[in-house]
Design a protein. Structure first.
Length: 270
């Protein structure tokens, strides 16, 4: 590929606009933020900043990118950037094209971000016809997110059993899952496996938080689940509830960590 102005790579963009691009990246990080180290995430997000002119496409040089990172966050090694690049490529979110000058010497790469969300599942205005199609595609999620009345539980269980004989209702949930969390989730996802997987997210995210009690984990799980349900009720389309739930839990823990640092700073500043 020949090197040139960023405008000549406009055709490589896979996004309608910047909002479409940002929605896709938000969904990707909700599911895969855990796969990157803190320094790699800094590199990832720095690259995103250079993809605003052409949504999802940039031809910024690595040297310029690392320089901008060092000015804002401190020095990050080039090897860290390349680790991030390899992970992003492996996860399918990034494609890298090598470009060459007229004398055949290598120039800056072209960084192209790929779609993570299908264009019909993102949270953007669409026509009535497309809304009907989206609703059909999201039928299972909508059904699961509608609380079941007590007298309809038997009908719901029969529907689930017909759909998949291997699906067990909430009463079969492992006793490792707190009863309070099970009883909340079952009104939306009456499926033991789903409840257990959601609780597993809490266990993994708090594994190294030795100061977290079981009560703390339960509160985190309930608050995060309520936030997820609220977002879906307000129209958020989700392709993977576990990845989305992971993102919400991580965001809450990140805010808690930042607040702790702020409190410590104020304490020692006095």
């Amino acid at each position: 590929m020949k090197a040139g102005n960023i405008e000549q790579f406009k055709h490589l963009s896979q996004f309608r606009d910047l909002k479409d691009f940002n929605n896709n990246i938000e969904a990707f990080l909700a599911e895969h933020k855990k796969d990157f180290t803190k320094s790699e995430l800094i590199c990832f997000k720095a690259l995103l900043r250079y993809c605003a002119k052409i949504a999802g496409v940039s031809n910024v040089s690595i040297n310029k990118l690392l320089q901008s990172i060092s000015e804002r966050f401190g020095e990050v090694s080039e090897s860290t950037f390349h680790r991030m690049k390899r992970k992003a490529i492996k996860l399918g979110i990034l494609t890298v094209y090598t470009t060459y000058r007229k004398n055949n010497s290598q120039s800056s790469n072209v960084w192209v971000f790929n779609r993570f969300l299908n264009s019909q599942t993102i949270d953007t205005p669409i026509s009535d016809a497309k809304q009907e199609k989206v609703a059909k595609n999201q039928k299972n999620i909508v059904e699961q997110l509608t609380p079941h009345e007590t007298n309809n539980l038997s009908k719901t269980n029969n529907h689930i059993n017909k759909r998949n004989e291997n699906v067990l209702d909430a009463s079969y949930t492992s006793n490792r899952v707190p009863v309070e969390f099970r009883d909340l989730v079952k009104y939306f996802f009456d499926d033991a496996k789903t409840i257990e997987e959601l609780w597993k997210v809490i266990q993994i995210q708090t594994y190294y938080l030795s100061y977290y009690s079981q009560k703390d984990r339960l509160e985190l799980a309930i608050d995060s689940f309520k936030q997820m349900v609220r977002n879906i009720k307000f129209g958020r389309k989700i392709r993977n509830i576990f990845g989305y739930y992971w993102g919400i839990v991580g965001a809450i823990l990140d805010r808690e960590y930042e607040n702790t640092l702020h409190e410590m700073y104020e304490e020692y500043a006095c």
